[in-house]
Ligand binder design. Structure first.
Ligand SMILES: [Zn+2]
Ligand SMILES: [Zn+2]
Length: 253
């Protein structure tokens, strides 16, 4: 399996995943045009995408989903309630595929797991190809046991490291927003991400990518530095961070 983070952060999210036979986007949180440009930038024809898979209905994950699905004839997979919540983006021309548990898109397996977040339902995914697992785990207030169990299966992890608590506290956001972000249904701080990784990392983990950074309340350097303080030096080389305006390298798993 190969994957590339086309965008990650509070302003937009999308992950491209490719196997021998399947090409999938997890979330389309930028405009369809931006996603198209970023796909072409890594040599992928947008009309070759087999499916869009959604994590939840927040705008930074679904902004371009309707336009992209119509323009390139791509079916949209999601929890039935998530699909109900995004009908305002649809025009009855799209193919909608509600899932109820794990599902396959050609030779890529998707195992959803619930995340505590202020949109219900929100899920992460374990994505499987040839018994290699990628975990996509952003938009969660706390790491539940179920989250830990799923991350322990993974060989690569995209994990939220959203904010630095000090920057959030002293930053520009209104108080209710600060409370929401720091709550148990908000977003993981750098410290939360470090603790979680410390609890779940095992020798089979090849790559960790820290993402969904807040542009106002975090920096890439601070996120990486804080998370690494929780981890043994032997794994430091495997951890990278992705900023909102960046497209990641294409990772091979
Ligand atoms: Zn988000
Ligand atoms: Zn969200």
């Amino acid at each position: 399996m190969r994957f590339c983070i086309l965008a990650s952060g509070s302003r937009g999210n999308s992950v491209f995943i490719e196997s021998d036979y399947a090409r999938v986007l997890v979330d389309v949180g930028l405009s369809a045009r931006q996603i198209e440009l970023r796909l072409r930038g890594i040599g992928v024809d947008p009309s070759s995408i087999d499916a869009i898979v959604l994590t939840h209905d927040h705008t930074d994950h679904v902004r371009g989903v309707g336009v992209f699905a119509r323009r390139f004839g791509v079916p949209i997979y999601g929890h039935p309630d998530t699909l109900d919540n995004i009908t305002y983006l649809l025009r009855n021309q799209e193919t909608i595929q509600p899932w109820h548990r794990e599902f396959f898109i050609k030779d890529l397996g998707f195992w959803p797991f619930p995340l505590p977040h202020d949109s219900y339902p929100t899920v992460g995914y374990l994505v499987e190809h040839h018994q290699r697992y990628l975990a996509i785990c952003t938009d969660l207030g706390v790491a539940t046991e179920e989250v830990k169990q799923h991350l322990q299966e993974a060989n690569a992890i995209l994990l939220e490291s959203n904010h630095d608590p000090e920057m959030l506290l002293n930053g520009p956001y209104p108080w209710h927003l600060k409370e929401r972000i720091a709550s148990h249904v908000g977003h993981l701080s750098n410290h939360n991400a470090g603790e979680l990784l410390n609890a779940v990392l095992h020798p089979g983990v090849q790559q960790v990518i820290l993402g969904h950074l807040s542009e106002e309340n975090n920096t890439a350097q601070l996120a990486l530095q804080t998370v690494l303080e929780y981890l043994p030096t032997t794994v430091h080389d495997q951890v990278t961070v992705i900023e909102q305006r960046q497209v990641s390298p294409v990772f091979q798993l």
